[in-house]
Design a protein around this ligand. Structure first.
Ligand code: HEM
Length: 309
């Protein structure tokens, strides 16, 4: 970083210095999977849960340091906070109450596996939050929020199409939507540009106040933040074998698979009674009797297969 011109505004330095890291993550296999809409609904929901953990950690850290000179200029949770939107999308996709998605099977499995890239990312944010100078948190704000404000709109459309979500109502895709700077209305493309400009002004103010020391810390942390995000995308690759599974498996599916409906049980009993009746009335002796036996056996086998699928 010796060739960096620190007299440049911090937002410009950030854009220039992370250009390559950005292209690398944007062209990664995980990004391609996400953008192609090929992920199962379950896999996509798991990805949103991973993001929720990141934003939850980040937004708690930003709140803790809301008045710090490096973070105060871009601190605007009403405009930027993504954890609440993620929580709402996750529960909509799972069709569960927002207070209960954390005890859903998909989330419990995620926690039990504790994916290393998620832990690493969370740990880094917590580490910065506990340090005497949390300025580098600004890099995490930049990488996530400006990224969401930039590429988010294209992804919103892809995701809505892939998972049959209604773009007009915004249900299940609120993560990609931002409110206007001055009102509660949904931001248009033009308004998104204004939000990004406002965010960059805040970054530059922080850079001016903090000088070279803060600029250096934020630039270094931004490179790391891109790598941490690449790690999250790698997790999507690891779950590729989920692709052919049912789109969204209910938490009760395992139970359903091992039990049979009352109707199925009645059907089997009726079949056994009927075969018993045939045996008693017609018998299974002689050539025709043997054919009858085979037919009844086949019929029972088919019936059993159809209810146990
Ligand atoms: C998934 C594939 C991605 C695509 C197609 C994509 C695309 C873009 C595009 C077109 C821009 C420029 C927008 C503008 O100038 O207004 C942009 C900006 C940005 N993206 Fe991405 N992006 C992707 C992934 C990511 C990821 C994973 C991150 C980080 C987590 C990220 C972070 C950013 C940031 C911070 C900016 C703002 C750069 C600046 O102006 O300083 N992007 N992205």
């Amino acid at each position: 970083m010796s060739s960096v011109d620190y007299s440049q505004p911090l937002a410009t330095l950030l854009k220039d210095s992370t250009h390559e890291a950005h292209d690398q993550v944007a062209q990664s296999e995980g990004a391609k999977l996400l953008l192609s809409g090929q992920l199962t609904k379950e896999e996509y929901t798991r990805y949103l849960m991973i993001l929720w953990h990141i934003y939850d950690a980040l937004e708690k850290a930003l709140e803790k340091h809301a008045t710090h000179p490096s973070l105060e200029p871009t601190y605007n949770p009403a405009l930027l906070a993504r954890a609440p939107a993620l929580s709402s999308d996750i529960s909509y996709l799972l069709q569960v109450d927002e207070r209960t998605w954390k005890s859903h099977r998909i989330h419990l499995q995620l926690l039990s596996r504790s994916p290393a890239p998620l832990l690493k990312y969370e740990r880094r944010i917590k580490e910065l939050s506990q340090s005497s100078d949390p300025s580098a948190l600004l890099a995490h704000s930049y990488v996530r929020y400006l990224g969401d404000l930039s590429g988010g709109q294209t992804i919103r459309h892809t995701i809505a199409k892939a998972y049959d979500l209604d773009e007009a109502s915004g249900l299940g895709i609120s993560f990609y939507a931002f409110k206007e700077l001055q009102s509660a209305k949904l931001a248009s493309q033009g308004e998104m540009k204004r939000i990004k400009d406002w965010f960059r002004v805040g970054i530059n103010t922080a850079g001016e106040q903090g000088g070279v020391k803060v600029k250096t810390a934020v630039l270094e942390e931004a490179s790391l933040a891109f790598k941490l995000n690449e790690g999250l995308f790698d997790l999507l690759e690891l779950h590729l074998d989920d692709k052919n599974r049912e789109n969204l498996i209910s938490p009760y599916q395992a139970l359903e698979e091992k039990s049979f409906s009352l109707g199925s049980v009645v059907a089997v009993i009726a079949a056994v009674c009927l075969s018993h009746f045939i045996l008693v009335v017609g018998g299974f002796t002689g050539d025709s009797g043997y054919q009858k036996l085979l037919a009844v056996e086949q019929w029972l086998a088919n019936l059993w297969n159809s209810i146990s699928k």
